[in-house]
Write a protein that binds this ligand. Structure first.
Ligand code: NAP
Length: 288
């Protein structure tokens, strides 16, 4: 029986499919866009019809509304995709005996703790994106015991919409880029997260996990590393959050400690700096 990947056209979903393929695991990619199976996780009829047809033994859910500021204005849509969608998936997984792996975010925390958050810290989201993702987590915990919820942060890849690609694009046309230097987190190479999700979905250790690349930096330090690694001579100027106001307040320090994996002696996340090198190499190879 296959693994169903929802949100398979997204930045992470594409890499989860690639990892399943590399590991020779049978899978069905699905999304609301692209050429894959059309499955809308927010539509229960669509979902149950697809489960009846595909009969997945596991689901890896990469579908979400990820536009953090957009969630503030499109509140109903945010809850539909980030809370009701996972809730529907949890119901379908219980009905068909499938294991559910779901991806969540550091934005469930307010960033005021001042040290890395463990899986045992109490969430307190600052905005609609974080609140809707937390509601999705809670629905899964309530409905589907056979689940993994994996919180991650600052995802990036050589494709899709992400901060690292935005920095490279801006460097093409600007002499100076101003980047927020007082918000801290852990960049996460989406390929590393995809490997972790595929590894985890086969284990019997259900529950909540944190996974990021290891190490901490500010957005400014992350941008500087990407641009330096890419050989760009653009000036990267540190600014404060107040100098770059956004519709949604972002957590100031949302570092996720991989406490569950640490306590099991299994935390093998790579340093984020190592993945920046790989990212720049992949971009170079893609441009050849
Ligand atoms: N990106 C980050 O920095 C970050 C950080 C922490 C956690 N996360 C979490 O990581 C996961 C993957 O993020 P990502 O950046 O890979 O997201 P993404 O690139 O935005 O991909 C999400 C995919 O889901 C699709 N989708 C939207 N609504 C759907 C629905 N109702 N049914 C099925 N598919 C639907 C999207 O299609 P459209 O493009 O048409 O909407 C898109 O293809 C998400 O759960 C996100 O919350 C991301």
């Amino acid at each position: 029986m296959p693994v169903l990947v929802t949100g398979a056209e997204g930045m992470l979903g594409r890499l989860v499919c690639a990892e399943l393929k590399a590991k020779r695991v049978e899978y069905v990619p699905a999304d609301i866009i692209g050429d894959n199976a059309h499955i809308d996780i927010a539509d229960p009829d669509d979902l149950f019809e697809a489960f009846g047809r595909i009969r997945p033994e596991a689901v890896i859910n990469c579908a979400a509304m990820t536009n953090v500021d957009g969630c503030e204005t499109e509140i109903d849509l945010a809850y539909k995709l980030n809370a009701v969608g996972p809730q529907n998936l949890a119901c379908a997984c219980v009905a068909y005996g499938a294991v559910l792996t779901h991806v969540s975010t550091d934005y469930v925390f307010d960033g005021k703790k001042g040290s890395p958050y463990t899986e045992f810290d109490k969430p307190n989201p600052l905005g609609v994106y974080g609140a809707s993702k937390l509601a999705g987590e809670e629905a899964i915990r309530e409905i589907c015991p056979n689940h993994y919820i994996v919180r991650t942060s600052w995802l990036y890849a050589p494709h899709g919409k992400n901060f690292a690609l935005t920095m490279l694009r801006l460097a093409e046309t600007r002499d100076e880029i101003k980047v927020v230097a007082d918000q801290y987190g852990s960049p996460t190479y989406a390929k590393d997260l995809a490997e972790f999700l595929v590894y985890l979905h086969n284990s019997p250790m259900f529950g909540t996990y944190h996974f990021t690349n290891s190490g901490v930096c500010s957005w400014h330090e992350f941008a500087a590393a990407i641009l330096e690694g890419a050989g760009k001579s653009v000036k990267v100027t540190p600014i404060s959050t107040e100098e770059y106001p956004t519709p949604t307040e972002r957590p100031k320090y949302s570092v996720l400690r991989h406490y569950r994996m640490e306590l099991m002696g299994l935390d093998k996340a790579r340093p984020w700096q190592e993945t920046v090198k790989e990212f720049n190499e992949e971009i170079k190879n893609n441009n050849k």
